[in-house]
Design a protein around this ligand. Structure first.
Ligand code: PEP
Length: 249
């Protein structure tokens, strides 16, 4: 069975609650499609008004992060139950900006992935290499290690429902898109790694996005690749372009 595409916007630290509602109202008609899952991953404070604003549409709301404990003395953190109670369905885990600025590691990513599944949230698990790693020729080794640790103790059934976002760090917010060949090569390697850890059926079910300066212009060719099942979109998700990306065909 063909995998359904999933196109998610990552708003990052943009949009106040009132701006979020205005943007959703603007994008709603542009992203209405039956051909893909459409997700807006929004800042924590925007979640409640965003869930309200997308009621009755095809848009799912995601969080950009969450903590891996149930509750307690973790000032400033958001728990998985807080997200599900608010109507959140997806959560980005291990974005490279969180790894770089907030000391997230493969181990914390794994804890968060396990916790997300425990609560019925779909994790969008980010991986990606730096420019130095690409130039050193260690991209695939690096990504395989990130994937293997992220999926530690995750069952095959859970893994099949996960979303992985391959985001070369050098392509995020830089305007430099990976070539279609580079993106497809790594996404295929990720699928092969999932097949090794689990089995062919799980590898065939899991959805793998490409992220890194995706635009309305680059989306059609990227999304046509055999192992690319959609995109995680930063900058362009805040603009009308997101409508064109979602309707890439
Ligand atoms: C991202 O932050 O996940 C991302 C891919 O950003 P951009 O599209 O702006 O490169």
């Amino acid at each position: 069975m063909a995998r359904r595409k999933i196109i998610a916007g990552n708003w990052k630290m943009n949009m106040t609650p009132s701006e979020a509602v205005a943007l959703i109202e603007k994008l709603k008609p542009l992203v209405a499609t039956e051909n893909a899952d459409v997700v807006f991953c929004v800042p924590a404070i925007d979640i409640i008004p965003a869930v309200e604003a997308v009621k009755g549409t095809n848009i799912g709301i995601g969080a950009e992060n969450m903590y891996f404990e149930e509750k307690g003395a973790y000032t400033g953190e958001i728990s998985p139950a807080m997200l599900t109670d608010a109507g959140v369905k997806y959560v980005i885990i291990g974005h490279s900006e969180r790894r770089e600025y907030f000391a997230e590691t493969d181990e914390t990513v794994n804890k968060k992935v396990l916790k997300a599944f425990e609560h019925g949230l779909t994790p969008i698990i980010c991986c990606g290499e730096s420019l130095t790693q690409r130039e050193q020729g260690i991209t695939i080794d690096w990504i395989r290690q990130q994937i293997k640790i992220a999926f530690l103790n995750v069952t095959a059934e859970q893994a099949g429902k996960a979303v992985i976002a391959y985001e070369p760090i050098w392509a995020i917010g830089t305007g430099k898109v990976a070539t279609t060949e580079q993106a497809q090569e790594v996404c295929a390697a990720i699928r092969a790694c999932i097949a090794e850890i689990y089995d062919d059926a799980t590898a065939a079910a899991i959805r793998i996005q490409y992220g890194g300066s995706v635009s309305a212009a680059s989306a059609p060719e990227l999304f046509a690749q055999a192992d690319i099942d959609g995109g995680l979109v930063g900058g362009a998700s805040l603009k009308e372009d997101f409508g064109a990306i979602v309707n890439w065909q």
